[in-house]
Design a protein around this ligand. Structure first.
Ligand code: UDX
Length: 433
């Protein structure tokens, strides 16, 4: 089927490439001419495992193309997906100006029946507003349906998540649109859940908030483990093996970050407030997340006494492994906490240093070109992001090159006993000191 995706950012581009991979003919539209030029020249602007190959393969097969014109996209596709940013506003609510503008732009060029699908994460009832807007601005009075089709992809495994989805949610109030959407997703062989538009929009915020809640639950438990001498790893294994609970997203650490969870939680809290049903449970989830990092900094401070002038090495800057994304990263916040207290911080990250430098996210920190170089002469080593690469570092060597071998493992990546055998003073999260 001919599909158009408006917005060639993280979600739009990956979704477009995966749709092309299963045989659809996809036009990815973006108003950033430089991005379109780069994509046409074969350059993929984001790091995501498998994406570059997918883009190249489908461009060569003439199933994937890039264009700067919404009119061209709408004219040449049956279904038009909106995948533009929905950034947070200072009060946590969602800025819907890009969505609104795209709705007007679609309306201006809509000549015959199209399904307009909202893929961006939006507050409940946005679909209704998109439909109203298209109706108001479409001079041709063309027929159309609006559908909500949230994405559930995780950075770092977005291609795999898209190609092998747990479920597809189609929020639609029209049988005609639902039938077309089912055709789009048929090749993915995934369970399809059809709902009304409002429910589909809620599913996205509710799912991400629940996952964040699970993480905060594990983090709150980790504090109890530290205070009581229990081990969080054993505790989460014990509760996670109950199928009703599940082991996923119960890893205690420095807290969740990234461009989705913090933003989606704040948005859901604002949405609930707005419709007169405050969701205080989620405020507690946020609070536990912030407290987790603060507790960790306090632990480092307690061990080193004063952080001023201390040489601290930090491994990891990205908000999680296998991505170059450093937005809303707890690791970045942590580095800045140490710098604020006057520590001399040297960081190493396999993929995140370029972006951190480009956006000046850790001003005052030095960048090292290897984990060992970062640890050289350090009085404490902090593991902030659990890249697998760190498991292959010769930790005996690291122990030798450090000034004082103190290891604060913010993601419980290392085995405490082995680290202690190497000579480290090891501190994990929710583990015995
Ligand atoms: C998330 C959702 O998983 C995805 O479905 C949605 O579409 C977008 O938001 P993403 O932000 O890419 O995806 O990352 P995810 O893998 O979910 O991790 C989010 C954060 O939670 C990371 O900072 C990660 O380190 C943290 N996390 C995750 C934990 O601290 N503990 C865990 O057990 C799992």
């Amino acid at each position: 089927m001919e599909l158009c995706i408006i917005g060639s950012g993280y979600v739009g581009l990956t979704t477009g490439a995966c749709f092309a991979e299963v045989g659809h003919k996809v036009i990815c539209v973006d108003n950033d001419q430089r991005k379109i030029d780069a994509l046409r020249a074969g350059k993929v602007p984001i790091y995501e495992p498998g994406l570059e190959d997918l883009v190249h393969r489908n461009v060569s097969a003439q199933r994937l193309s890039f264009n700067n014109s919404i009119e061209y996209g709408v004219d040449n596709a049956k279904i038009v997906f909106i995948a533009v940013p929905t950034p947070p506003q200072p009060d946590g609510s969602v800025d819907l100006t890009y969505i609104e503008r795209v709705a007007r732009e679609i309306a201006a060029v809509l000549k015959e029946y199209r399904v307009v699908v909202d893929k961006s994460t939006v507050p409940v009832k946005t679909g209704e507003k998109v439909a109203d807007t298209i109706k108001r601005y479409n001079k041709a009075s063309a027929d159309f349906d609006v559908v909500s089709n949230p994405e559930f992809l995780r950075e770092g495994c977005a291609v795999d998540d898209l190609m092998n989805p747990d479920r597809i949610v189609i929020g639609s109030n029209s049988d005609r649109a639902t039938a077309l959407m089912k055709q789009v997703y048929e090749p993915f062989l995934a369970p399809v859940i059809v709902t009304d538009i409002n429910s589909a929009e809620l599913i996205k915020h509710a799912a991400n908030s629940f996952l964040a809640l699970k993480i905060s639950y594990a983090n709150a438990l980790s504090a109890i483990c530290e205070a009581s001498g229990a081990d969080i790893e054993r505790v989460v294994d014990g509760i996670g093996s109950d199928k009703r609970i599940g082991r996923h997203f119960l890893n205690a650490g420095l807290g969740y970050g990234g461009s989705c969870f913090p933003k989606d939680l704040a948005a859901f809290i604002a949405i609930a407030e707005d419709i007169g049903v405050p969701f205080n449970l989620l405020k507690e989830v946020q609070q536990i997340n912030t407290a987790q990092r603060e507790r960790f900094v306090k632990r480092v401070r307690d061990a080193l006494w004063v952080l001023k002038e201390k040489r601290i090495a930090v491994w990891g800057l990205t908000f999680k492994p296998d991505t170059d994304d450093v937005r809303s990263s707890v690791a970045v916040d942590l580095v800045n906490d140490f710098i604020r207290e006057g520590a001399e911080v040297t960081v190493y990250d396999p993929k995140g240093m370029d972006k951190a430098a480009e956006f000046n996210l850790v001003p005052g920190a030095k960048f090292a070109d290897s984990p060992l170089a970062a640890a050289m002469g350090a009085e404490a080593l902090i593991l902030a992001t659990e890249w697998k690469e760190f498991l292959n570092v010769d930790m005996e060597e690291v122990c030798k090159v450090m000034h004082t071998p103190m290891l604060f493992d913010g993601r419980n990546l290392f085995d405490p006993q082995t680290m202690r055998q190497f000579g480290f003073q090891y501190y994990g999260i929710g583990r015995k000191v």
